[in-house]
Write a protein that binds this ligand. Sequence first.
Ligand code: EPU
Length: 336
Amino acid sequence: MNIQQNISLKKYNTFGISVNAKRFISIDSVYQLQQLLKIEKDIFLISGGSNMLLTKDIENLVVHIDIKGISIDRENENEVFITVNAGENWHEFVLWCVENNFGGIENLSLIPGNVGTCPIQNIGAYGVEVKDTITKVEALQIETGKLVSFASDECNFGYRNSIFKKEVKGEYIITSVSFKLTKINHQLNTSYGAIDVELASKKIKNPTLKDVSDAVIAIRKSKLPDPKEIGNSGSFFKNPVVSKAQFLKIQEEHPNIPSYVVSDEEVKIPAGWLIEQAGFKGKRFGNYGVHEKQALVLVNYGNASGLEIYQLAEKIQETIFHKFGVALEIEVNIIQ
Ligand code: EPU
């Protein structure tokens, strides 16, 4: 086994935070992972590194999951069943599906990260969540080294949530994810306002999967920073859900507040709007700050430390709580 010493993790996390791994290993097969688990269980996993904020050097063995491969398990006239290994890049998999006319995940174009981590936070964008296409998640149990299969309904998927973030957190390493996608009669979801506007601007009336994917890519590029250029982890906070009573109280003072109805009693408020109202949008503090086009995204302009960014997040949380009485929950994993 090729365990390396003192490796910088800068290129392994989309925030571009420069911390070191005392020991580091890249794993490219389930077998290799099983062998490793026989000798070492105190590990720190890194895959696409797109949903973490590293605040210090990592003492335990850093295991980079780099297991590649996409296979079509079976298909019929209407649907295709595909298994994708954890180390495949998410966006490249989406593009491969679009090229092959496999529908269901085109709205999730350009989301950073790898396939193996997409179920953990149930990635979602523009009216689609990945849970709706996942049939199965396979994972190695760290304690026993056994491969366990989780059917979709066993994953307890919710908004930016799953069993892997809660009940079995830290117990499993996801090795592959299986999807069911459409081959004909695609259920295109263009209802999310900006997609329709983008398609209309190109005079597209009957969009293909590629048209929708291209529209999402254009919208994301116009609003969200590219981690290759400016370090970030996408939405830093979850959109908070508040009681209807609390929402109405905030709305009295801010009649233009955007919102989504969750149930008869609850309303979801965009965290980006709250952060913008509190004056943080586009604020830069030296090497780090709040993105100028989407206040939900914290950014590393260069050599910021994870701690600096975390302290900014705490300041935002305090300010929002003070101003609106709303508790913002951090969506990114803080490694401290
Ligand atoms: N808004 C502001 N100011 C801002 C940002 C947003 O006022 O700086 C307002 C917008 O005007 C709009 C509302 O907030 O009325 C919603 O904004 P947007 O459509 O950009 O979506 P979001 O709620 O901010 C969520 C996801 C994104 C996903 C988009 C599109 C979460 C935490 N974030 O953002 O996910 O791309 O919807 O579906 O649910 C991610 O998770 O990394 C991510 C980028």
